[in-house]
Write a protein of this length. Structure first.
Length: 183
């Protein structure tokens, strides 16, 4: 089950089918989707968010192998501004996107800390890995800021085409050390 999480500025609310309408308005922007997995259809269909939530995300949550949240500002909890997920998937345990108006404010860093704590603490996982396009500098900086290290590269299919992808990783001990150093 996906728990409700909070940071100093954010509410991470478990994904619900009713979130699809806001996602549909906010998500289909080239700047948001270009470095996402090629499984994201582009151009994004008018029912893309609803179909994904109903047919993929929520069944994975019910199956107990994915955890999805919408990100909401505490100052405006009725509006979600992005999503973040954790998944039991080799070399790709975490994914996220944030609406353009909210990028560059440190909000995703807060969300990443909360879900990474959940991954290692509540779920007891030993390693977290994520795959990202080599050109996705904002996402790479987030990985660096959250103590991850690059462990390799491989070619991967993204919405924008086949590109080099970097594998980033952190283990539970490294995460605990990173959190201690931040305190």
């Amino acid at each position: 089950m996906t728990p409700h999480l909070e940071t100093s500025r954010l509410i991470l609310r478990p994904l619900a089918l009713s979130d699809a309408e806001q996602t549909q308005r906010l998500f289909p922007q080239w700047e948001i989707v270009r470095f996402l997995n090629a499984s994201v259809p582009w151009p994004y269909p008018p029912d893309g968010a609803l179909s994904f939530y109903r047919d993929v995300a929520l069944p994975a949550v019910e199956g107990g192998f994915e955890w999805h949240w919408t990100l909401r500002l505490k100052s405006a909890p009725g509006l979600h501004i992005g999503t973040i997920l954790l998944a039991e998937q080799a070399d790709d345990n975490r994914g996220f996107w944030l609406g353009l108006p909210w990028q560059g404010r440190g909000l995703m860093s807060e969300a990443l800390i909360a879900v990474t704590d959940f991954w290692f603490g509540a779920l007891g996982r030993t390693t977290l890995r994520t795959k990202k396009a080599s050109g996705n500098m904002a996402s790479i900086r987030l990985s660096e800021k959250t103590g991850m290290r690059k462990t390799g590269t491989q070619m991967h299919h993204f919405v924008s085409g086949e590109l080099p992808a970097e594998i980033w990783e952190i283990n539970a001990d490294e995460w605990a050390q990173h959190i201690r150093e931040r305190a």
